[in-house]
Design a protein around this ligand. Structure first.
Ligand code: PHE
Ligand code: ZN
Length: 900
């Protein structure tokens, strides 16, 4: 921090009373402790004088007592590492005995019982701000990050999401250093300050907002822009600002923004509300992007793209994140959160909206499978470990640790289930009601659900359990066919295993979308009294029985079509039935799911038996069925075909095994299965490669991307079957590749084939892309994921590569994050060296960037599921971290929960 013991105290008096001070021991904040603020802040005028090491912020706030607060309460403002330079109340300097101040807060002891203006001057050092919260510099650009509680690192404030203010911001800077000055809202007066080399710009945001949505940017930036006319005919200028020279790489983001704006008008009738919409890309950013009102700030990896530097999945991610942040304008900004426990109100809902957008822009089935893979890999893992928490948590010590897969992805699944439950029409009406009744407010999950209850006349109180109960429900299915009665019966039971702090679980409302499939491919009409006409059964209790009449042949059940509820399914189906679903189900998600289940069963068998169970026959049947399906699918929907060929990941296999996992055995099983599939399908895969040779210019559209995905999965499987062939073919592809997708896919294949070819390819890639940090992140990531004992040394070496830096979160995630999350055998090394390495990095980043440190540390959350030797090693590293002095609240919270 700025104020070490050797430094003078800030202006103002020394703290007299500790009740306003934040201590280093993180305190637990509870949902039930909510009470309205004692004061409101109607307007805030900021004057920000940008300077690399001493930026001054003059904040003039119009406060008044909150009628809903405690009369006569002191005005308690939040601060974080602030230096106070001056304070006036209604134009008069405030005497020292009238307030208490520290870098962590400011209290006006007896504020007037009427509206008053407080003028506070603070000073911050943006260059020294390595936490990347508040005002900081990234590559010479001044930018801010205020969610969740960064605004208090700029000025003393009521930094809570339910205090909404109208902001006017004047920004001043050296004209040469920061020719572009951006703020929230609409641009106002701007100009030079004669004789000083400085200039200013004034921005006014008419929409009241909490401090976490505040932002300013200053720097030398290039831009791409275009006019947009909203559905009611209002003109808007939309723009993307990037490092000068990178403008062509911002075109795709601009295009995605335009499509997002149009889509929100067409699908949700939401119109943009300011004269300008600005997106700024910065290279140092803790998260993906931020929805500041009218001024979204992005991690540059979610903005910059060219065929030479970005992969198809980069393009898809850019489209999704641009949409996500734009959609927050209504779900997050116009309607914000009452408190941080309601985070899913904006995040889960906005993820749902961006998923729907991407599904409309691309193949819905393919997108759904991608969503579910992410959910299972990240959220199911979280739910199964010590960090499990409800979508709406009821307590936290550090809110930054709750931007999780549970809040985001499971939060989106809840909204999706609500839509399935209510149907299109009532869901749409409920959304409209929510927008109308909550616009301009800081709302709660209850407000959201009330809107749907009101329009549908339904009682959603049972459904609401999804928000408060953690853990992944397990649904077990038993089926019975009675040919004499032509009757088929499905029995479902649900159970949610206990999670930390929640031993008892109740049943959840599950929309079960289902149908019956004949083993020979014919559709079977579902004659069942408990099934809605749209094929959904709503299961509300812990068990349900469905009886189907007039079933003339033994059917195969297709359950949770489209993954209609985020559950784990235990299904008593044999391989033949599953393969029938793969070949004949009308639901593409369940076709994919069926193949995954067959594969998972044999992978788990292989990975957990000492001798190696005889899974060859089952594997062969799966490979042959895939081969049959591919004939049609590789033409019809290549992206879908590519997904059919992708086995469950090692992470998913480990999760399925659940305890005493040996990551090496999982890896061997995974390799062997891929090798067999590659061998059996060699001719088909070669034909696919021949048929998908790139022709002509690169286009990032979904159809072209699908062909590349299929072609590259084929290469990967062929290389698993025959590494010598794979090495030659990948090397050839690498030399010929005209785009980053094909290049990176080839490099990834080569990276798993030890030898000179690999080392030469890696060296060549680094030369070709020297000076391209985002591309070198891919290069760091591929090397960190090599499943070989030499990898840890390689990573050590790469930490001193000139392109690597521990201060840039993207670099750290690329190198260290890939080891921890994409390289199970080397992170979970039996000798504990992987754990020790991660612990070292976490401790190193604990002081400089606690958010990034805490995020990396969550990789330990599966530690109790590995076999005893590894478990002991992981535990000793966690304990080593826990013993450390001066742990940040972020790291201390994760380590404490991981060990509990
Ligand atoms: N609110 C951002 C988003 O989802 C995420 C974020 C959180 C960014 C906290 C920065 C800090 O879209
Ligand atoms: Zn978001």
């Amino acid at each position: 921090g700025r104020y070490g013991p050797e430094e003078p105290p800030p202006l103002g008096s020394a703290p007299k009373d500790s009740h306003t001070m934040r201590t280093d021991t993180p305190t637990v904040i509870g949902l039930d402790d909510y009470r309205p603020s004692d004061h409101l802040a109607d307007t805030i005028h900021l004057d920000i004088l940008l300077h690399p090491t001493a930026t001054r912020i003059v904040a003039e706030t119009a406060f008044r007592p909150n009628p809903a607060g405690r009369p006569g309460a002191p005005l308690v403002l939040d601060g974080d590492e602030l230096r106070l330079c001056g304070i006036e109340l209604d134009g008069q300097p405030l005497p020292a005995e009238a307030f208490e101040a520290s870098p962590q807060g400011l209290t006006v002891l007896a504020p007037p019982q009427r509206p008053f203006r407080l003028r506070v001057v603070t000073e911050v050092d943006p260059t020294a701000n390595t936490k990347l919260m508040g005002l900081y510099r990234s590559g010479g650009i001044y930018c801010t990050q205020c969610e969740a509680d960064g605004f208090r690192r700029i000025t003393y404030a009521l930094d809570r999401p339910d205090v909404l203010s109208v902001y006017t911001t004047r920004i001043e800077a050296d004209e040469s250093e920061a020719p572009t000055l951006l703020g929230n809202g609409n641009p106002g007066e701007a100009g030079a300050i004669p004789g000083t080399g400085r200039h200013f710009a004034i921005w006014h945001d008419p929409f009241p907002k909490p401090g976490y949505l505040f932002a300013v940017v200053g720097g030398r930036l290039g831009k791409v822009s275009k006019p947009f006319t909203t559905m009611s005919g209002r003109p808007v200028e939309i723009a993307v600002h990037v490092e000068p020279g990178k403008e062509p790489r911002a075109e795709y983001a601009l295009d995605a923004l335009e499509r997002s704006m149009r889509w929100d008008e067409e699908v949700f009738a939401r119109e943009y509300d300011l004269d300008v919409f600005n997106v700024v890309a910065v290279s140092d950013f803790n998260m993906g992007a931020m929805e500041n009102k009218g001024l979204n700030i992005f991690n540059d990896k979610y903005v910059l793209a060219s065929p030479e530097t970005a992969t198809d999945s980069d393009y898809a991610n850019i489209e999704a994140v641009i949409a996500h942040e734009y959609f927050h304008n209504w779900t997050g900004n116009r309607i914000t959160c009452r408190d941080w426990f309601q985070l899913c109100l904006k995040e889960g809902l906005t993820v749902f909206r961006d998923q729907e957008f991407s599904s409309d822009q691309r193949s819905r089935a393919v997108h759904r499978i991608g969503e579910v893979r992410t959910l299972r890999a990240r959220q199911f893992t979280e739910d199964a470990g010590p960090l499990a928490h409800p979508v709406r948590p009821n307590q936290f010590r550090e809110i930054n640790n709750f931007y999780t897969a549970t809040v985001y992805e499971k939060g989106a699944e809840i909204v999706r289930m609500l839509k399935t439950l209510l149907g299109e029409a009532d869901f749409a009406a409920g959304m409209t009601r929510f927008f109308e009744t909550c616009d301009g407010t800081a709302a709660t999950v209850e407000d959201f659900l009330d809107a749907f209850a009101a329009v549908s006349g339904r009682d959603l109180s049972d459904f609401a359990r999804w928000y408060v109960q953690s853990g992944t429900p397990v649904v077990t299915v038993r089926t019975e066919y009675d040919p004499a009665q032509a009757r088929y019966r499905i029995d479902l039971t649900q159970e949610t295993p206990p999670t930390p702090g929640q031993a008892e679980k109740g049943p959840l409302v599950l929309p079960v979308a289902l149908g019956l499939v004949s083993p020979t491919g014919a559709a079977i009409a579902a004659d069942c009294a408990d099934l809605r006409p749209d094929g959904v059964h709503v299961m509300a209790g812990s068990r349900a029985s469905l009886i189907f009449e007039n079933v003339r042949e033994r059917p195969v059940p297709s359950l949770f079509r489209g993954f209609s509820a985020p559950v784990k399914l235990r299904l008593d189906l044999g391989d033949d039935d599953l393969l029938a679903l793969l070949e004949h189900d009308s639901d593409p998600f369940n076709r994919w799911q069926a193949a995954q289940m067959v594969a998972m069963r044999l992978l788990v068998g292989q990975a957990t038996s000492e001798s190696g169970t005889p899974v060859e026959a089952s594997l062969l049947r799966l490979a042959l069925a895939l081969g049959r399906v591919l004939v049609v699918e590789s033409e019809r929907d290549p992206a879908f075909a590519a997904l059919l060929l992708s086995l469950p990941s090692e992470t998913e296999i480990a999760q399925e095994i659940g305890s005493d996992v040996d990551p090496d055995a999982v890896h061997r099983a995974w390799l062997a299965a891929r090798g067999t599939i590659g061998t059996v399908l060699a001719a088909d895969l070669a034909a696919i490669r021949a048929a998908t040779e790139p022709d002509g210019a690169y286009s990032p559209d979904a159809a072209s991307a699908g062909r590349r995905a299929l072609r590259n999965v084929a290469l990967d499987l062929l290389a698993s079957a025959d590494p010598a062939f794979g090495e030659r073919e990948a090397d050839r592809q690498l030399a010929a590749a005209g785009n980053m997708t094909d290049r990176l896919a080839a490099l990834a294949v080569l990276s798993r084939i030890p030898g000179d070819t690999r080392e030469r390819a890696l060296a060549r890639f680094a030369e070709d892309f020297a000076g391209e940090p985002l591309v070198l992140d891919k290069w760091f990531g591929i090397q960190a994921a090599i499943p070989e004992p030499g990898t840890l040394d390689r990573i050590h070496g790469l930490t001193s590569h000139p392109a690597f830096s521990f201060t840039n979160p993207n670099r750290v995630r690329a190198l260290v994050g890939s080891l921890a999350l994409a390289n199970p055998t080397q992170f979970h090394r039996a000798d504990g060296a992987g754990y020790a390495f991660l612990a070292d990095i976490v401790l190193m980043l604990n002081g400089s960037n606690p958010q990034v440190a805490a995020r990396l540390l969550t990789a330990f959350s599966t530690w109790r599921t590995v076999e005893p030797g590894r478990r002991a090693n992981a535990e000793s590293q966690l304990k080593r971290i826990a013993r450390e002095q001066n742990l940040s609240p972020d790291v201390s919270d994760i380590v404490a929960r991981s060990l509990s």
